[in-house]
Design a protein around this ligand. Structure first.
Ligand code: ADP
Length: 538
């Protein structure tokens, strides 16, 4: 029997129309050098219509790629709305890529127009003469440098057209927005999100079993809008009526703490590195006021237990850990303790990567692809499928990443019967010592609980006897000291004896990737070049 329901396509324009009317007075705040700028959802949506009209006049057609090389700000949100809703594809460019990678992804995607924040013009200038497909550069903000040659002024461009552009009715499966993985090995690969996948992902982000964004929230969006669509939160904001605070380039702990005090977000999203910096700043600042926050969402990398405890004990704030990937839009698992969990056990859940979100399915498999038990112990590779999980990469064949319709994540860990995922490593980071796995994630999380340690990253290094052993790279807090012996002693009551690292390197900071995660490949390369001095304990 045929269903009798209407078949409305799931389009981003539907999300925007909802936000624009139902939550018309909600605001987008942008932190600027001259203070905080604000605009209502209604105003932002109307300006996006003007932008779409102007882009159409410029010649942008359905399916064309329009890049953004921007901070998190209101104009970026306008591009987020205008470009997909008019039927073109927004390609969010990572402003921290090396010039070769940036040129590579612009050329690979075939971007025809790019909107650039004026403050980033000097960075963008490095690729300007290597991107032949780009016909126009629209410059947002004032730039007197002239480094980019001929450009179009964003504000003049946008205001040259009236609002009222009618969003076309598109195929919900058509491309809306694209993002490249940061390419830790080889070239970055593009993931193309559809209107439908974005719509469903936005809806999933509003459920209270996930991050539960709602009309009662004001979200400080620290995760960049080029990092998996700011984890989906920019679109979810219009879906749910959540206000947005856009921090632009003010991403240091000090600036964030000030922003929280003054703009009073209820929730904020960012990688653990950012939250570690916030804890550092607030350590000696008794007047730090984070009281507006109901929670912080941390993900993209394992969140150490000590961080979750510090936010709870010092500020009464819940850290909500999420797991996902560029390939999964990204929200796929969120760690919220099940109802009835006693307070003293809640953190045991919060340190897990997440609990599978309704709409996607997750399983673990062994090297032969056999599905393994969800018993909380058996370790394998996570595989995922669902309507906001990518089915392919843009313009490249990568059949090895897929298995019977599931995406192979490259993340290793276990899963329990209630759908909680524990990640022990990415497959490229695993340490295989004497045939057994040592979890670098566990070692790092445990060492970071030592009061003298600010950051720790553990890499595998070759070992004659055991094949591989952990090399522990630690960063001491300012004015703190600890010897390798003392740190190993600290670990000895907390991890298995055979995990205890012999090799210790004291470094100034852990290198970070373009999205602020620990960059272990840099540490591995330094080790390979004999450029990572370390000491070896007996
Ligand atoms: P990149 O490859 O640049 O890091 P992604 O942002 O797509 O790009 O990273 C996805 C990866 O981040 C996941 O495959 C996983 O290894 C890691 N990750 C994400 N969330 C978590 C988490 N909560 N705990 C541990 N690892 C995580």
């Amino acid at each position: 029997m045929q269903s009798t329901m209407q078949d409305a396509p799931l389009l981003i324009s539907g999300i925007i129309r909802h936000g624009e009317y139902v939550y018309s007075e909600k605001k987008v705040f942008t932190v600027t050098p001259d203070g905080v700028e604000e605009a209502t959802f209604f105003q932002v949506a109307k300006r996006a219509e003007q932008l779409a009209a102007a882009l159409t006049k410029l010649g942008v057609q359905s399916g064309d790629r329009v890049g953004s090389f921007m901070w998190n700000n209101q104009a970026h949100m306008e591009a987020y709305i205008a470009v997909p809703c008019m039927g073109a594809v927004l390609h969010t460019l990572n402003i921290r890529l090396f010039p070769e990678q940036l040129a590579f992804i612009i050329n690979h995607a075939g971007d025809s127009v790019i909107i650039v924040d004026a403050s980033l013009a000097p960075v963008f200038a490095k690729v300007r003469d290597q991107i032949p497909s780009v016909k126009h550069i629209i410059l947002h903000g004032k730039d007197e440098s002239g480094l980019l040659g001929e450009t179009i002024d964003y504000e003049t461009f946008l205001t040259s057209e009236p609002a009222g552009f009618e969003w076309p009715i598109l195929d919900e499966r058509s491309a809306a927005i694209m993002c490249y993985t940061s390419g830790t090995t080889g070239n970055p690969k593009g993931v193309v999100y559809s209107h439908r996948s974005t719509w469903l992902h936005s809806m999933a982000s509003t459920t209270t079993n996930s991050i539960g964004l709602s009309e009662r929230d004001r979200c400080l969006l620290i995760v960049p809008m080029f990092h998996v669509n700011a984890w989906g939160a920019a679109y979810t904001a219009f879906f749910a009526g959540t206000e947005l605070i856009m921090p632009q380039m003010y991403l240091q702990g000090e600036a964030i703490v000030k922003m929280i005090k003054e703009l009073r977000p209820t929730i904020s999203l960012g990688v653990p590195t950012i939250w570690n910096d916030v804890l550092r700043v607030t350590q000696n600042a008794p007047d730090a006021d984070l009281s507006s926050l109901r929670g912080i969402v941390a993900g993209g990398a394992a969140v150490p237990r000590v961080m979750i405890e510090a936010f709870r004990d010092r500020f009464g704030i819940d850290v909500i850990q999420g797991w996902g990937m560029t390939e999964t839009s990204p929200l796929a698992a969120v760690s919220i303790p099940p109802s009835g969990t006693p307070d003293d056990l809640a953190i045991d859940y919060r340190v897990k990567a997440g609990r599978v979100v309704a709409g996607v399915e997750v399983r673990i498999t062994d090297e032969d692809g056999t599905v393994l038990a969800r018993d909380g112990k058996t370790v394998g590779e996570f595989e995922i499928r669902g309507p906001w999980v990518t089915a392919s990469y843009y313009g490249v064949d990568d059949p090895e990443r897929f298995h019977d319709g599931w995406l192979r994540t490259g993340d290793i860990g276990s899963m329990d019967a209630e759908g909680f995922m524990t990640i022990s490593d990415r497959s490229k980071d695993v340490i295989k010592s004497g045939g057994e796995w040592i979890s670098s994630v566990d070692l790092e999380g445990t060492i970071m609980a030592h009061p003298a340690i600010f950051e720790a990253a553990v890499i595998a290094v070759p070992d004659e006897r055991w094949d591989e052993r952990p090399l522990c790279c630690v960063v001491l807090r300012p004015d703190a000291s600890a010897s390798a012996e003392e740190l190993r002693e600290f670990l000895s009551s907390r991890v298995a004896k055979w995990w205890l690292p012999e090799r210790w390197a004291f470094i100034e900071s852990v290198p970070k990737t373009s999205v602020g995660k620990f960059d272990k490949k840099v540490l591995r390369a330094k080790y390979a070049e004999d450029d990572l001095p370390y000491e070896t304990l007996d």
